[in-house]
Design a protein around this ligand. Sequence first.
Ligand code: NAD
Ligand code: DAU
Length: 441
Amino acid sequence: MKTSEVLLNIRRSFKLTQEEMANKLMVTRQAVSRWENGDTVPSTDTLKIISMIFNVSINHLLGQYNNDICHYCGAPIDKIKSGVHSEIFKGEAMKNILVTGGAGFIGSNFIQYMLTSKIHNNIINLDALTYAGNLENLSTVKDSPKYTFVKGNICDGKLLDEIFTKYDIDIVVNFAAESHVDRSIIEPDIFVKSNVIGTHVLLEIAKKHWKKKPEDKYDREYKSGVKFIQISTDEVYGTLSYTGLFTEETPLAPNSPYSASKASADMFVRSYHETFGMPVNITRCSNNYGPYQFPEKLIPLMINNCINNKPLPVYGVGAQVRDWLYVEDHCTAIYAVMMNGISGEIYNIGGNNEMKNIDVVKFLISELGKTDNLIQYVKDRPGHDMRYAIDNNKITSELDWSPAYTFKQGMKKTIDWYLTNSEWMNRVITGEYEHYYSKMY
Ligand code: NAD
Ligand code: DAU
C-alpha cells in the first residue's frame, strides 16, 4: 500500500475535512525526518509515526480496521475528533510508557494522573513490590486497558529486555528506588543495588532498544520520540545553610547513603546522554506529601501518630527546613518535562514552600485537634541535612509549569485522605513496618 493510500484511509475513517487533514499532514511531515513521496510504500518507521500522530494502530492505517471504533479506546469514530481525542489534535501522540516503582507513593499518584487525565498513553508499571510498593494504591486504575502491571526488579536485565520487546517502550520514567534516608543509614547496600545498579541496567536496556544501530558505538541516532526520565531528588545537592537556593548548577554534595546513591544514578544518566546521545531528562524535586505516602516519612507518620494519640518523634529540636510540594504538582511537573523538556536538561521542581519540621508537626497537631504534649524530641538523624530549598525558575519559565496547590490546600486533601483511608493505613502499618518502627524509635 502506498503512502497516499494510507493517508486516504485515515481521512476516510476519521471523516476529516480537507483543512483538518492538511493540519495533521503538517505535523506528520515535521515528525517524519525523511518523508516518502506519496507513490512509494511507507517504511515501518513512517507508519509508526503516522500511527502515533493519528492515534491509530498500524493495522488501522493499512485498512485492516473496524470502521466504527477507534482501535485504542473503542470510542465511536464520530466522537474521535472531539472529547477525549481532542488532545491529539494539539499534537500529543500515543506513547508506551514504562513507569518503574509505580506501586510506591509518587509512582502510583503519577500513574493515576496519567491514566485519568492524559489518555494517550499505555502504562506498563514495573515494580519489585518491596515494603514500600503496594498494589492497593492502584486499585482505581488496575482494570484500565491502558495499564499493565509487571512484578519485577529494575536490576533484572533479562526481564527488562522482554518488557521493551513486548511493549515497544517509548518512554521510561524511573521512580524505582529505595527512598528513605533513615533506612539508608541502617542498610546502605540495597540503596546501591536498586538506585545505582538498577538505574544503570535500565539505561543499558533502553539504549539497546532505542538506538538505531545499537552495536555501533559511534552512532548517536535514536528512534523518534524516545526518552529516559530519571526521577531524582533535591537531596543530591546536599544541604543549605539559612540562605540560598538549589539551582540546577549547584554542585552535587550528597550527605546520606540515600542521596549518594541518587547522585550516582544521576551521573550515569548524564553519561548516557553525553557518551551515547541518549535523550534524557533528570528531575530533582523537593519533599512531597499527599495520599499513599508510606508512614515512615514525616507527614504520614505524624498524621498516623496524631490520630492514634502516639508520641510525635521530632529529630533534634525540629529546626531543619524542607520545601514541601503536593504530590499531584510533582506529577504535573514530570508530565511537563516528559512532553517539553529539552533532552539532556535537568529540571528542579519545588513549590517555594519552606517550613521548619517543628512547624509542620505543629500545623498537623492543630488540624487534627491534638495538643503539643504529643511532641517528643528524639536523638537527631546522623548527618541530618539542615535545609533544602529549590529555585524552580527554570521549569516555571521554560516549561510553563507552576504548582496548583498551596501548602494549606494540599495538606487539607492529604489529611482528609488519611482520615478516610484508615484501612489502607492499618494494612500498611502491620507486618514489616511494625518491625521497622520498633527498631527505629
Ligand atoms: P517509595 O519508597 O514510596 O516507592 C518506591 C517504589 O519503588 C516502591 O513501589 C518499590 O516497591 C519500588 N522499588 C524499589 N526498588 C525497586 C527495584 N529495584 N525494582 C523495582 N521496583 C523497586 O518512593 P517515593 O517516595 O514514591 O519516591 C519515588 C522516587 O521519587 C524515588 O526515586 C525518590 O528518590 C524520588 N523522590 C522522592 C521524593 C519524596 O519526597 N518522596 C522527592 C523527590 C524525589
Ligand atoms: O527532598 C526530597 C526527599 O525528601 C526525597 O528524596 C526522599 O525520598 C524523601 O524521603 C524525603 O527525604 P527527607 O529525609 O527530607 O524526608 P523525611 O520525611 O524522612 O523527613 C523529613 C524531615 O523530618 C527531615 O528533616 C527529618 C525529619 N523527621 C523525619 C521523621 C521520619 C523527624 O523529625 N522525625 C521523623 O520521625
